[in-house]
Design a protein around this ligand. Structure first.
Ligand SMILES: Nc1nc2c(ncn2[C@@H]2O[C@H](COP(=O)(O)OP(=O)(O)OP(=O)(O)O)[C@@H](O)[C@H]2O)c(=O)[nH]1
Ligand SMILES: [Mg+2]
Length: 397
């Protein structure tokens, strides 16, 4: 990226929606990158892990990514899986974005995960939504119009009530400029570089190729987004809850302290990381520590800034009226003392027991502790017939 494009605003956008409605295909057309790369994803033709791709949108009369005209916006896209069993993954992705594209295939219409993902966006307080009516090449004009009216009717009263609806064929690359245009209309959130740094970790990995000379080995890399503050190469950081360790049959979490070896924003190496966009921190930690996403769900900050981790939290919550992720409609019963629920807080996913409940406030004992940052938005899921279904949302108090 040249100097001119490093000055433009960055926005993080999740691509959400029902399975097979064309999210990964759309991301490929919007960014040029095919993000389904894991062997299981290729074999089954579905997205399993979050996908990441960065694009710069240019404007030359029309919006494009072919470097025609001037750069207007840097977009970090996150591709979410649509499979109903992968709701927790989608929620972690929603934790690191500012806006969303909700894909609805015109030939199938609104399906259970379309609704559930929309509610997940609401739970994570994401208000800027673009609806993509995809696979328009598969339907005739009348069906497309009916599908459009149905989307408008179904989303009335939701956060997507006034969202633009753009007819698209991702496969044939039709109408993508309209999506770029809508993306450029979204106001980027105010980010505060003066606050303490908060880096939400969505994944961690080892970037070394087999057979690398030991002196050239890189440390563990943390992938995610910087919500606030600034991080610089050489800064000392702490990662919480940190590393899971087993001690005499008990599971504990150890805060990890390390130094930043390098910083990356999109595909660009930077000396200083500012908020917004997908980013990666290379640490001085042994590369084996961060393998298999062991740090996903953690928060990194400068040393001694984060609160103590806690396995007891208090939340304020609201429940949705009905269960949205299923084919049949079902009312949501109130939460009960003693009930086990799943919570998605920032990028972490944890399970806990409700120990006390009074109106819309609950106290919960967690199995995996969290960094209890006040006002963190959270999604609440309940196990219904062996699926974790999103039933409500709230925030830490
Ligand atoms: N005809 C047509 N097919 C499309 C279009 N977009 C995607 N597809 C096809 O729909 C199928 C599913 O596409 P994906 O992009 O993998 O769908 P997805 O939403 O990412 O699926 P999950 O990640 O598993 O939820 C593939 O066979 C695509 O080629 C489109 O605009 N028109
Ligand atoms: Mg996909």
């Amino acid at each position: 990226m040249d100097n001119e494009s490093s000055q433009i605003d960055t926005i993080n956008i999740i691509i959400a929606g029902h399975i097979d409605h064309g999210k990964t295909t759309l991301l490929y057309k919007l960014s040029g990158k095919w993000t389904d790369t894991h062997s299981e994803e290729l074999k089954r033709g579905i997205t399993i892990k979050l996908g990441y791709a960065d694009t710069i949108i240019y404007k030359n009369g029309d919006y494009n990514r072919e470097e025609k005209g001037s750069p207007v916006r840097h977009v970090s896209f996150i591709d979410a899986p649509g499979h109903e069993m992968l709701m927790a993954t989608m929620l972690s992705g929603a934790a690191i974005v500012d806006a969303a594209i909700l894909v609805v295939a015109a030939n199938e219409g609104i399906k259970p995960q379309t609704r559930e993902h929309l509610m997940a966006l609401q739970a994570k307080n994401i208000k800027d939504i673009i609806i993509v009516q995809n696979k328009i090449d598969l339907v005739d004009k009348i069906t497309a119009q009916k599908n459009y009216e149905n989307i408008r009717r179904e989303f009335k009263g939701t956060i997507a009530e006034n969202a633009p609806v753009i007819p698209v064929s991702a496969q044939q690359g039709i109408n993508l400029e309209r999506i770029y245009e809508e993306i450029c209309k979204i106001k980027t959130p105010k980010r505060n570089p003066k606050e303490a740094p908060l880096f939400l970790v969505a994944r961690s990995f080892d970037i070394n190729k087999p057979g690398t000379n030991p002196k050239d080995l890189h440390g563990t890399v943390l992938g995610g987004t910087l919500k606030s503050g600034i991080l610089k190469v050489g800064d000392r950081i702490e990662i919480k809850p940190g590393l899971m360790i087993k001690e005499s049959n008990q599971i504990k979490y150890k805060t990890i302290k390390t130094k930043i070896a390098s910083l990356h924003k999109g595909s660009r190496k930077v000396e200083e990381l500012t908020p917004g966009g997908s980013a990666a921190i290379e640490t001085e930690l042994d590369m084996t520590l961060g393998k298999t996403d062991s740090f996903s769900g953690c928060i990194a900050s400068s040393e001694n800034h984060l609160p103590e981790i806690s396995d007891k939290i208090k939340i304020k919550f609201d429940l949705f009226k009905e269960v949205l992720g299923t084919q049949t409609s079902q009312q949501i019963q109130p939460l009960k003392t003693g009930e086990t629920i799943m919570l998605s807080i920032n990028t972490s996913v944890t399970v806990g027991n409700i120990v006390k409940i009074a109106q819309n406030v609950a106290e919960i004992n967690l199995r995996i502790p969290v960094v209890p940052l006040k006002n963190s938005k959270l999604g609440i899921a309940r196990n219904i017939n062996n699926h974790w279904r999103l039933v409500g949302y709230g925030e830490l108090i």
